[in-house]
Design a protein. Structure first.
Length: 80
């Protein structure tokens, strides 16, 4: 992937993170501090790649946990 594509993906993931935080799905305190800012064009490609991988993994975990919690809540409501 080219550096400009990584920068774009990094920015998209950052927007997704803020959206999930606003919806209460992702906890801002639980998310690791960014390795490099999504708009840091001077940062190396490797730094952005690591940041993208870390952010994507963190967001995936947050969404999975929220889904599992929602499924558990639905199961409890159905059994009541």
């Amino acid at each position: 992937m080219r550096k400009d594509e990584l920068l774009y993906l990094h920015q998209l993931l950052a927007v997704t993170e803020r959206t999930l935080e606003a919806r209460g799905v992702s906890d801002a305190d639980a998310v690791a501090q960014p390795i490099v800012s999504p708009v840091a064009a001077h940062a190396s490609k490797a730094e952005h790649e690591l940041a993208v991988r870390t952010l994507a993994a963190t967001l995936a975990t947050s969404v999975r946990d929220a889904d599992e919690q929602r499924d558990g809540d639905r199961a409890r409501q159905a059994s009541s």
